[in-house]
Design a protein around this ligand. Structure first.
Ligand SMILES: Nc1ncnc2c1ncn2[C@@H]1O[C@H](COP(=O)(O)OP(=O)(O)O)[C@@H](O)[C@H]1O
Ligand SMILES: [Mg+2]
Length: 248
């Protein structure tokens, strides 16, 4: 029985534009696990992520991440909080006017006073870890889709965060690139000892990476458990999701 939860959500309800987007959402994510938050498009996954990241300031006490309430951080806690988590967004979101090296270095410039030569070494090390050793001086526009994702991943882990959030990391990739990105995330998770929260609607990704699954349907958690438990579950919506995802 696991007890070391990194994330604890208890009865989170989110209302946007008078619409209930999340309803009484409760779950835990544990240290060292890859927890997959899955659900079809529009089910509320990104809204949930935004709550975990504290992007709805002043909200209640439903969410705890690394022991803190992300919606009610004071200035000191904010610095501590945001340097200890990495976020890997859907579209990569690199700045096109900066080189790959400069993009990956951004969090180090923002959060540390490290000298430029050390920053360069740290960036090159992370680029090697994501198999982009030759791309330090390249601009995002000259990278393939898979390379852009890996550059964004390097930036997300540049501070060695204990907690990494990925929101639909594989979106837009072909199946082969998706598999290699999943494997890369898994390798990095082991190498750096990270806890990973992966939001996805890709069933193939879940089979490759997930230790535990939180399944969200129309703003409600309808399953929480390990991958083997999910596969044995008789929950209709979950079975349907797996069936569709496998393409049968
Ligand atoms: N800022 C917002 N204002 C109003 N509705 C929103 C807002 N953000 C998201 N929604 C709605 O919340 C629902 C869940 O969205 P989202 O969390 O982005 O889904 P997904 O599971 O695909 O990530 C959708 O119906 C979306 O239209
Ligand atoms: Mg989303």
């Amino acid at each position: 029985m696991k007890t070391d939860s990194v994330i604890k959500v208890e009865k989170l309800t989110a209302i946007l534009d008078d619409k209930i987007i999340l309803s009484d959402v409760s779950f835990k994510a544990y240290s060292g696990d890859v927890t997959a938050i899955l659900g079809s498009s529009g089910s509320g996954k990104t809204v949930l992520l935004k709550h975990l990241l504290g992007l709805y300031p002043g909200e209640g006490n439903a969410v705890s991440v690394m022991g803190l309430n992300p919606s009610q951080l004071d200035e000191g806690q904010q610095k501590h909080f945001y340097t200890r988590l990495g976020v890997f967004y859907q579209n990569g979101a690199l700045l096109n006017s900066l080189t790959v090296g400069e993009n990956v270095a951004l969090p180090l410039h923002q959060h540390t006073d490290l000298p430029p030569d050390l920053i360069e070494r740290l960036v090159k090390l992370k680029l090697r870890l994501v198999n982009l050793q030759g791309s330090y001086n390249m601009f995002p526009s000259s990278l393939s889709g898979g390379m852009l994702k890996r550059a964004a991943l390097a930036r997300a882990i540049i501070m060695d965060p204990p907690l990494l959030f990925c929101d639909e990391p594989g979106s837009g990739l072909d199946p082969v690139s998706l598999a290699s990105l999943d494997n890369l995330i898994l390798n990095l998770q082991k190498l750096l000892g990270m806890t990973v929260i992966m939001i996805t609607h890709e069933v193939s990704s879940i089979f490759r990476v997930a230790d535990r699954i939180i399944f969200i349907d129309q703003g409600k958690v309808i399953f929480e458990g390990t991958l083997p438990e999910a596969l044995k579950s008789q929950n209709k919506a979950l079975m349907e999701f797996f069936r569709k995802g496998r393409g049968d």
